[in-house]
Structure formats: structure tokens, C-alpha cells
Design a protein around this ligand. Structure first.
Ligand SMILES: NC(=O)c1ccc[n+]([C@@H]2O[C@H](COP(=O)([O-])OP(=O)(O)OC[C@H]3O[C@@H](n4cnc5c(N)ncnc54)[C@H](OP(=O)(O)O)[C@@H]3O)[C@@H](O)[C@H]2O)c1
Length: 215
């Protein structure tokens, strides 16, 4: 049974943990305050779940999800994530995260920042443009007409294929937005950020996205 490690167990982390357990994965969840603060969630998730520190979750996960406020990305453990697929759900909200000049001037993207922090990991951007509650309500079996689609972006094709399979298990089609540097196409305030979209609609949204400077 594969293990999904979660760094962050808030709105998105807890929902991904629920989907993972429902689909037969083990999960190791973590947050900033310590495993003892996650006992209710572990009890809800059942015997496939345990709480740990971020370091332990990073070590335990075959796939690891980073789902914390972006401003804290440099606290993510580096060495235990080497060689692993790391899913990045994070978005940039300056009012929450403080200003990050290279994001304000659009010389990089959020997931490229995480990839630079984790140079030996295979970072895949996913789950960043769906409301947390919808993760457990919008999924449908493969082949369902008008199934909701979610974006994957990443520099490693094998890692993107892994996350595409995971999305399919969780009930969603995947649309490949390209390498991480294209991740801005699904950042906050773009057409695809938030609404329910099929794969064709999401491809159109990605093509129509504009950089902040172009608006
Ligand atoms: N909410 C949504 O619908 C949604 C949708 C898509 C993407 N996102 C993005 O996904 C990320 C997570 O969002 P969220 O809504 O799940 O946030 P959230 O509910 O505020 O949860 C954040 C989680 O991260 C943990 N955390 C904070 N700093 C940490 C650190 N340094 N190391 C380990 N864990 C840490 C928090 O633990 P403590 O409580 O112990 O501090 C908490 O469990 C954000 O970047 C957000 O923009 C959110």
C-alpha cells in the first residue's frame, strides 16, 4: 500500500487525506503545531492514517503533498524529499504571505519557488484551483460525461503521469499545462482558478490566461 505524506493538514491537506484513505492509500499527516493537535482528524481517517512531524511525513511518503501557506515553503524538509514526487497545492496571496518580489514581478511562479527549494524532487503543481470542500464532492468515475478536470504542471513527465493517475483515482480528469513555468496560467485571478471546468473548458481557460502585467 503506497503512502501519501502531507505537509499541511488544513482545508486542502485534510481533504486530500480523506480522498487518499478512501482510495486505499496510507497517509501520514503533519502540521506546524505537532501531531498531538491532529488526533481528531486521525480518528476520523481511521487506521490507515497517522500524524507525525513534517520531517516524518516527508520521509514516510512515496508521494508528498505540500499544502501550507506559501510564505512557509522554505520550512519544507529538503533531504527526505530527494527523488520523490512532491505535489504543490500552494497559491500566492500577498495579504497572507507578504510580498515576494519575484512573484510580484512575475520572474518566477509559485511552484518554481518550491522546485528551487527542493532541487532533487519532482514538483508537480496540482489541486491549487479547486475549493477544498469540492475535492470530496465534485469527483466522478473515469469516463463520466462532463467530468471535472484539474491542472497538472511539472518539469518531469513521469511525475506528472503519477499525479494524473492519482487525480483519476480521486475522481478528476487531468489537463497538462506544461512545465512549472506555465503554472501562472492557473494562478489566482485567472479564468480557470476556482470554477468547475471540464478538460476542454480548462484548456481554453489556460490559453486565455493573462499575466498580471498584461491586464
Ligand atoms: N482552501 C482552499 O480551498 C484552497 C484551494 C486550493 C489551494 N489552496 C492553497 O493550498 C495551501 C493550503 O491551503 P489551506 O486552505 O489548506 O490552508 P489552511 O487551512 O490554513 O491549512 C494550512 C495547514 O498548513 C499547516 N502549516 C502551516 N505552516 C506549516 C509549516 N511551516 N510546516 C508544516 N505545516 C504547516 C497548518 O498547520 P497549523 O494549523 O498547525 O499551523 C495547517 O495544517 C495554501 O497555499 C492555499 O492557498 C487552498
Amino acid at each position: 500500500m503506497a503512502t501519501i505524506g502531507l505537509i499541511g493538514a488544513g482545508h486542502i491537506g485534510s481533504q486530500i487525506a480523506r480522498l487518499a484513505v478512501a482510495n486505499g492509500y496510507k497517509v501520514v499527516i503533519s502540521n506546524s503545531r505537532g501531531p498531538e493537535t491532529l488526533s481528531d482528524l486521525v480518528a476520523e481517517l481511521g487506521p490507515s492514517a497517522r500524524a507525525a512531524t513534517p520531517l516524518e511525513a516527508a520521509k514516510a511518503g512515496d508521494i508528498v503533498v505540500v499544502t501550507i501557506p506559501l510564505k512557509s515553503y522554505e520550512s519544507v524538509p529538503v533531504e527526505p524529499l530527494a527523488g520523490k514526487v512532491v505535489i504543490d497545492t500552494n497559491n500566492y496571496y500577498p495579504q497572507r504571505d507578504g510580498h515576494i518580489p519575484e512573484l510580484d514581478n512575475e520572474s518566477t511562479t509559485t511552484s518554481e519557488l518550491l522546485q528551487a527549494h527542493l532541487p532533487s524532487s519532482k514538483v508537480v503543481k496540482a489541486f491549487n484551483h479547486i475549493y477544498a470542500a469540492q475535492l470530496t464532492t465534485h469527483g466522478q468515475p473515469a469516463g463520466t460525461r462532463n467530468r471535472r478536470a484539474l491542472v497538472v504542471a511539472g518539469n518531469d513527465p513521469g511525475a506528472k503521469a503519477t499525479v494524473t493517475r492519482l487525480l483519476d483515482q480521486f475522481g478528476f480528469d487531468a489537463v497538462d499545462a506544461g512545465p512549472l513555468k506555465e503554472g501562472w496560467r492557473i494562478q489566482r485571478d485567472t479564468p480557470g482558478y476556482g470554477p468547475r471546468r471540464t478538460a476542454d473548458e480548462l484548456r481554453r481557460d489556460l490559453a486565455a490566461a493573462k499575466r498580471y502585467a498584461e491586464r
